[in-house]
Design a binder for this molecule. Structure first.
Ligand code: ADP
Ligand code: AMP
Length: 217
């Protein structure tokens, strides 16, 4: 069955962690707008230069830019059996654009999972998050450390801290999330597509909760 999934939740909720596990289980791609934008920043493209001016201060990249990126990405052949949207949509305008686009294709979203984590946990998660520069694998200095601390267990790549995981930007990202993204829970609840789960506890247990929801839908 086709799975067109959305993972909602604040920065640090575990969307990326869970999305990567869902990729393996359902053999569908993770579409992380944050990853796509960071790649553009790294390459120094005009898109990356524009995106960075927003990302570096914890603001959202303009809707039309992100909507265009996602529409292009959804056209790729690997989305034929579904996908996991991680970090998109983040505004009502993005959700409306996605809804219209998928309606035209006749393949709507099948499930929206809203991962709830209290802010004090989020701060600890984001300050300790480390990411592999080569393969993008995610770690946490305390909750999921790599074996040698500075290198990726999977590929040996260097682990780094995202610029926007520094404290001043994190505070702004939370404000942005509260103001612009929290209304999406109500939006998808009204459509009957939302399931809320706790994102606290063992990563595997949270993954089991998500799989049950996806399989039962
Ligand atoms: P998001 O994609 O929602 O911003 P991530 O998946 O990158 O969040 O997770 C943020 C940080 O929290 C990472 O360092 C990750 O290793 C860690 N993390 C993810 N899930 C859990 C969990 N259930 N318990 C503790 N730490 C977690
Ligand atoms: P993330 O990796 O999901 O935490 O996103 C990192 C940053 O990328 C965000 O703080 C935004 O600046 C930008 N970004 C990612 N996804 C979106 C989106 N859907 N809309 C606007 N900006 C986004």
């Amino acid at each position: 069955m086709r799975q067109n999934l959305i993972l909602l939740g604040p920065p640090g909720a575990g969307k990326g962690t869970q999305a990567k596990m869902l990729v393996d289980k359902y053999a569908i791609p993770q579409i992380s707008t944050g990853d796509i934008l960071r790649e553009a920043v790294k390459s120094g493209t005009p898109l990356g230069i524009e995106a960075n001016s927003h990302m570096s201060r914890g603001a959202l990249v303009p809707d039309e830019v992100v909507i265009g990126i996602v529409k292009e990405r959804l056209k790729r052949g690997d989305c034929g059996k579904g996908y996991i949207l991680d970090g998109f949509p983040r505004t009502i305008a993005q959700a409306d654009a996605l809804f219209s686009y998928l309606n035209e294709c006749g393949c709507p979203i099948t499930e929206v999972i809203d991962i709830k984590v209290p802010k004090d946990h989020l701060v600890i998660r984001l300050s300790g998050r480390r990411v592999c520069r080569s393969c993008g694998a995610g770690y946490h200095i305390e909750f999921n450390p790599s074996k040698d601390g500075g290198r990726c267990d999977r590929c040996g790549g260097e682990l780094f801290q995202r610029d926007d995981d520094r404290e001043d930007v994190v505070i702004k990202r939370f404000e942005t999330y509260e103001a612009q993204t929290t209304p999406l829970s109500e939006y998808y609840k009204k459509k009957g597509q939302l399931t809320t789960i706790s994102g606290i506890g063992d990563v595997e247990a949270i993954f089991d909760d998500i799989c049950k929801i996806v399989d039962e839908r």
